[in-house]
Design a protein around this ligand. Structure first.
Ligand code: GAL
Length: 938
């Protein structure tokens, strides 16, 4: 209950740090609202805000207050999940990289970790506390750590809780148990106020997108009754999509695996189990830009979520809207107890009963026992109502056709009507002045039966049914109950006018599934939850009624010229869409039809194949004479890493303050006639790669692991002089800390480096230097933050930044005509024009073969928005969010760093491409601050 109002907390996960454009947070929040979410769950990422111990940044793209504001503007309740540890497939699971060098264990109570954790909780608490609902904000629940189940320490949990409390957090604490109701932190020391768990029943194998690995759970209600009967059944993360690894099948496959059918079956099962808090992870996934990702995932974190990475609607998004609208409208659904209904075909079909505790309304949730069944199966339910017992349907059969689940309603007083039962699912209903409206749906061509009772002792025969659809029939089911039968139309929505049942006429709208997905029921009066109905648009963000001019104003998006139908109270006579008047024709009963014109938007963008590109070679570090005198000497003999070294000195980048992106190592040794070569063992995450040069000559590019470099005496090694090994390590982030065992402290670098052929080798046989991002933990570019820049020569010298003078560079074109050795940088400028009133999310696409293995970093206006691996894939399309991108004909700077794993690489085609063009009510998106080269060098 929030402020006395009973609700289903229907929340979606959103990570502000995965969308570096705060203006777009408002767009995403509106889309949450439009899809009927009433909550949003934010993980807060410690590492995103803290490059160094004691340093915290909440400005610009890190301004979390704006995330709260966006949620607030869309009326979303907020669940805060500030860790300190989170997971989320981010670097170190959300720990800042400087924790890599902490001696004590993380996620345990010990002086060092307590102090560090408190430092973060103190910093983030300043935003959480004032945004609590008790202080006028929208935060209602606050999570403690995440999935903390192995290697646990209750004093650590208590420490976090105490710190939050000390700082003024008063909303209930919650815990997200790992994978099932395992009972961690329900009771006793460390326990929270409202316990819950997460579940990913389909797993993450997007390569097999039709395989539903696990049946839905049928024991959660029992678990809730056993573990925490006085608390709501809370699913703090329920599978909303799936992540995809480097080399994986790509997010279209994940979208297919975790599709709208999945959403129907598994989410409805959650409701059958009694869940009243459900947070879909992810609802908008976004982008793991820069070095945000942990090694197992690539740049896009689309997640196959209900809202895609560029903010697009999806079939699952529409399905979620159908469900959310239902239980936000049909209030008895929020206060039910389970019962076992009678029904046939019960070996194949499972029907859960939910009976409202306040009224006689009952719900029947039907699904296949075998969740993955694709069969068409038929059944009847015996519905015991206050109007008598009914074998439902009276005519024909109920069906589940393939992977489907249905929530059927009986014995429900709505507006001035009394529904006896409906075999179609309810979308919503609304009293609209002189009449009532209800919209029901099912798959196209399925039969529907709708039974209504007449007012006290009325005669069903007197009920009048008016419709143009000839398939609609009506008869008396009982003296005072009318039964209406129909087919869900193949296209569009069938209106049926019913007079004489309730006090007022009822407009029953019967939709086929795909027509239903384009119905929206935006709330026009937040106080009483009144809605209006509109069908057709791609997206309806909101609606407002003005009594001054009797108008309704919709805000939304269309993807083409769209015929629309609206159903509003009769008092409404004029209509606006995104602020402009639209002409509508009345078709009776408060229904109007009209057309939203798409127009001919001139979305323009530079053709990158015709652009002038500038090129510079960019790996002088491979030259033996390169001056590395200002690099850090790798001379540590001890490390706090969990990776055990084989040789010394320690060659782990983090130990020297370099935590992200590309890292250079240079090793110098004096040649002797004995030395035949050397051996190196690279330790880094999935999809890492390293390239080696000796005295300027390329020796090879490798995956992590051990590598011998032999037979170099007599060729490359100078037996009398100085020899230089140069290594470029492409890192992919740090591991997370899933099991609370400090696994995130795994090294990024080399566990072994030794010369071959020599006896009496000492630690200092090779002198090592290491170089990462300019400044290390003392960021050169705090605006773009700790994950934006690595240690490439071009990054250290600001080549990715707007304003960098590249006039002296060579003119080239892309696709490249030359195979270039070593690292190459390319720069160009481009323009994008998206006319006002339209939205066209833009991407950069790579089109290449794999003739040479290479990786590339994409910088737009200095922001690293993509890590491309043409040897691994799967990602070839990179989202360039508006706000970072100037879409208003201004100049944008594109810099691409190409890092060959082979000796040379030749970059293929690059294209700008919109994902979609929408005529849109998108809120204004301001440009984010993008410091220039001059800002850096002044
Ligand atoms: C959950 C975890 C999330 C995320 C998810 C997979 O178990 O709590 O942080 O890692 O798995 O995407």
């Amino acid at each position: 209950m929030i402020n006395g109002e009973r609700l289903f907390l229907f929340s979606g996960e959103f990570h502000y740090y995965r969308l570096p454009s705060p203006g777009l947070w408002f767009d995403i929040a509106e889309k949450f609202k439009a899809l009927e979410f009433n909550g949003v769950s934010f993980y807060f990422n410690w590492g995103y805000h803290s490059p160094k111990k004691g340093i915290y940044d909440f400005d610009g793209v890190r301004d979390v207050q704006k995330a709260f504001d966006a949620a607030n503007a869309a009326d979303l309740h907020v669940i805060t999940r500030a860790g300190p540890y989170i997971n989320a497939e981010v670097d170190c699971g959300g720990f800042p990289s400087w924790l890599m060098n902490m001696y004590d264990m993380a996620r345990k109570s010990n002086p060092e970790n307590d102090e560090n954790s408190r430092e973060w909780l103190d910093a983030i608490g300043k935003f959480l506390v004032p945004n609590q609902i008790t202080n006028g904000g929208n935060v209602i629940l606050n999570q403690i750590d995440n999935e903390y189940a192995d290697n646990t320490d209750e004093y650590y949990m208590e420490m976090i809780k105490a710190k939050f409390k000390e700082d003024g957090m008063v909303v209930p604490t919650i815990f997200n148990d790992v994978g099932a109701p395992n009972g961690n932190w329900v009771n006793g020391p460390g326990s929270v106020d409202i316990y819950g768990w997460d579940s990913y029943p389909l797993g993450f194998d997007c390569a097999n997108p039709t395989v539903w690995q696990n049946n839905r759970s049928t024991h959660w209600r029992d678990a809730n009754e056993r573990l925490n009967p006085d608390e709501p059944l809370a699913l703090y993360e329920f599978q909303g999509g799936a992540f995809d690894p480097w080399g994986g099948p790509g997010y279209d496959a994940c979208r297919q695996l975790v599709n709208e059918r999945y959403a129907k079956v598994y989410y409805k099962n959650n409701y059958a189990q009694g869940a009243t808090i459900q947070n879909l992870y992810m609802t908008y996934g976004g982008t793991s830009w820069g070095g945000l990702a942990k090694p197992s995932v690539y740049t896009s974190y689309d997640y196959g979520a209900p809202i895609s990475e560029p903010g697009l609607m999806t079939p699952k998004g529409y399905e979620v809207k159908l469900q959310g609208t239902f239980f936000h409208s049909v209030k008895p659904f929020l206060t039910t107890e389970h019962f076992e209904p009678k029904y046939d075909n019960s070996d194949i079909i499972l029907v859960d009963g939910l009976a409202d505790v306040n009224t006689s309304t009952k719900f029947y949730i039907a699904q296949h026992w075998n969740t993955a069944s694709e069969d068409l199966d038929e059944f009847h339910i015996t519905m015991d109502t206050s109007d008598g017992k009914f074998e439902v349907p009276n005519k024909g059969k109920l069906v589940l056709n393939g992977r489907d689940a249905k929530i059927l309603t009986s014995d429900y007083d709505f507006d001035s009507q009394h529904l006896v039962y409906s075999t179609s699912e309810i979308f919503t209903h609304q009293a609209m002045g002189s009449h009532d409206v209800m919209l029901v749906y099912a798959y196209e061509d399925e039969d529907g039966e709708f039974a209504l009772k007449t007012p006290s002792k009325g005669d069903a025969k007197k009920i009048k049914i008016q419709t143009k659809d000839k398939s609609v029939t009506s008869s008396s089911l009982k003296k005072d109950v009318v039964q209406i039968n129909y087919k869900h139309p193949k296209e569009g929505t069938t209106p049926i006018y019913i007079s004489g049942a309730g006090e007022k006429d009822l407009l029953l709208l019967v939709a086929g599934y795909s027509s239903a997905t384009r119905w929206w029921a935006p709330i026009v009066n937040p106080k009483n939850g009144d809605r209006v109905l509109i069908q057709g648009p791609y997206l309806v963000r909101s609606a407002k009624i003005s009594t001054e001019d009797n108008s309704v104003t919709f805000s939304g998006d269309i993807d083409e010229t769209t015929d629309i139908q609206v159903v509003v109270p009769e008092s409404i006579t004029s209509f606006k869409w995104n602020g402009k008047d639209i002409k509508m024709k009345p078709t009776g009963h408060g229904s109007w039809t009209g057309t939203l014109e798409f127009g001919k938007p001139q979305v323009e963008f530079t053709d990158l194949s015709k652009a002038t590109w500038k090129y510079s070679p960019a790996s002088p570090e491979t030259d033996p004479d390169f001056d590395d005198s200002d690099w850090i000497k790798a001379n540590h003999l001890k490390s706090n890493s969990v990776t055990v070294p084989d040789t010394y000195p320690i060659l782990y980048a983090d130990d020297y303050g370099y935590h992200t992106g590309n890292i250079w190592f240079r090793g110098t040794f004096n040649g002797t006639s004995e030395i035949t070569g050397f051996n190196l063992t690279c330790h880094s995450g999935d999809a890492s790669a390293w390239m080696v040069w000796l005295n300027g000559e390329y020796l090879g590019g490798y995956d992590v692991g051990n590598q011998d470099f032999t037979d170099l005496n007599g060729t490359l090694i100078d037996p009398e002089g100085k020899n230089v090994i140069s290594i470029l390590l492409w890192t992919t982030g740090h591991e997370d800390d899933w099991n609370a065992d400090d696994n995130f402290k795994q090294a990024r670098g080399f566990t072994k480096a030794e010369l071959l052929g020599v006896n009496n080798q000492t630690i200092w046989s090779i002198d090592w230097k290491v170089q990462g991002n300019l400044g290390g933990e003392d960021l050169t570019d705090p605006v773009r933050g700790p994950y934006n820049e690595g240690g490439l020569y071009g990054e250290r010298n600001g080549w990715h930044l707007p304003g960098f003078p590249d006039d002296e560079w060579e003119d080239v074109s892309i696709p490249e005509t030359k195979n270039r050795t070593g690292v190459s940088w390319y720069r160009t400028s481009f323009e994008v024009t998206v006319p006002e009133g339209y939205d066209a999310p833009i991407s950069l696409k790579f089109d290449d073969d794999t003739k040479t293995r290479y990786r590339a970093l994409v910088f737009v206006n200095g922001w690293q928005l993509g890590r491309y691996a043409n040897d691994l894939g799967p990602q070839t399309q990179f989202y360039l969010p508006k706000g970072i991108l100037n879409t208003n004909s201004g100049e944008n700077i594109l810099a691409v760093a190409v890092i060959p794993l082979d000796e040379a690489a030749q970059i293929g085609q690059l294209t700008l491409e919109p994902y979609i063009v929408l005529k849109s009510g998108i809120p204004n998106v301001e440009l984010v601050e993008s410091p220039t080269y001059q800002d850096r060098t002044q």
